[in-house]
Design a protein around this ligand. Sequence first.
Ligand code: ATP
Ligand code: MG
Length: 424
Amino acid sequence: MTDERPLRTAEIIAVGSELLGSTRLDTNSLFLSERLAGLGIELRTKSVVGDDRAAIRTLFEHALARADVVILTGGLGPTDDDLTRDAVADALALPLEEDAAIVEMIERRFARRGLRMPAVNRKQALVLKGATVLTNPLGTAPGQFLEHLGRVVLLLPGPPRELQAMMDRVVAGPLGARAGHERLLRAVMFVTGRSESHVEELTQPLYSRWRDSEPRIDTTILAGPGHIELHLTMRSEDAERAGEALTQARDQLVAAVGPDVFSLDGRHMEQVVGDMLRERNLTIAVAESCTGGLLMSRLTDVPGSSAYVLGGAVAYSNHAKILLADISPDLLAEHGAVSEAVAVALAEGIRSKTGANIGVGVTGIAGPTGGTPTKPVGTVSIAVVDPNGTARVRTLLFPGGRAQVRFQATQAALDMVRRMVAAT
Ligand code: ATP
Ligand code: MG
């Protein structure tokens, strides 16, 4: 190693003409920025460039003049439009040398599938003079790790799975070793049922103090669909002490916000509810109207949900409510389809029809039409019947368009289940 100065800054260049079009997005840089942050390396700039040798070269030269680490992703394949190796070689005035071991590895990879290696694949064995080869067990394009005048140049393959596995090895290996001892630690909490500004009001008096504490903790509040996220980050060379400080800080925020906090580990609502149901051996069934199956879809998005989801019905029309959830026509006529009485009847009906421990009923007006002065668009009644047969019901008014109303209705329904199960 020529230079032991720790790496502090990075740039990412995503290579691929398809990433400039309207159908493909550069997602590799999202993953890479997370891993860089974990090493305490600050991502300064990222860019996307087409399969153009001169353009890649120019961009790379500018990046290398500014950042300690430059990561290029994509363009390591065997075809004519895979130009990353050549562009970097041009910029650094380094020769590309064929690596016999890589040729052999690619040949074996083809042979395993009973194929002969096409001649073009030899190109993937070209390595920048002085670079370390990063093998690619998931594909043919190897990566390259090069130390150049105290900086690091990293060439990674475009396919996300291949890139991620390779980056994790580089982080655990040569990149981590050069990154200095400071690490970025993060704690997250998800909150539902409160607005961003309300969460801010509750937490700001606490976290504003931590900005000036030693070590300092930064707090970010982000509004997501149906929930608010708080991210706490801290840089420290002592991961253990920092981890404790961060947990203490987070616990203070949890105490301030209370039971509206539903996740401390990045799990989303359907996962949190699913885990609670599984732990307690409870089953659930839902009868949903305005959410059109979205609630059931979210519940069953969770792998293993068959352990607690029995089934349900999309009871969209009045007739379907009568047929699928045993709602009485008189009840519908008396209260209207969007009412607390009907929400409770949906939950009770589906619970008794399926034999589930917990029944959920959702009925509302997703819009954009169908609102009335007393029941405007966004009005949703949600009922949850607990294992004892006791019903809880709420009517909420959600802002936004049809998709937002529907999603928030499922989030509120899941949250009612969460609170009910937590209390039993
Ligand atoms: P290969 O040997 O597979 O050709 P490569 O390094 O040449 O490897 P590309 O051809 O550039 O990679 O991309 C392969 C696939 O990976 C493409 O389907 C592309 O959509 C995807 N991909 C490439 N770059 C990115 C990126 N920055 N973010 C997300 N996906 C990407
Ligand atoms: Mg390619």
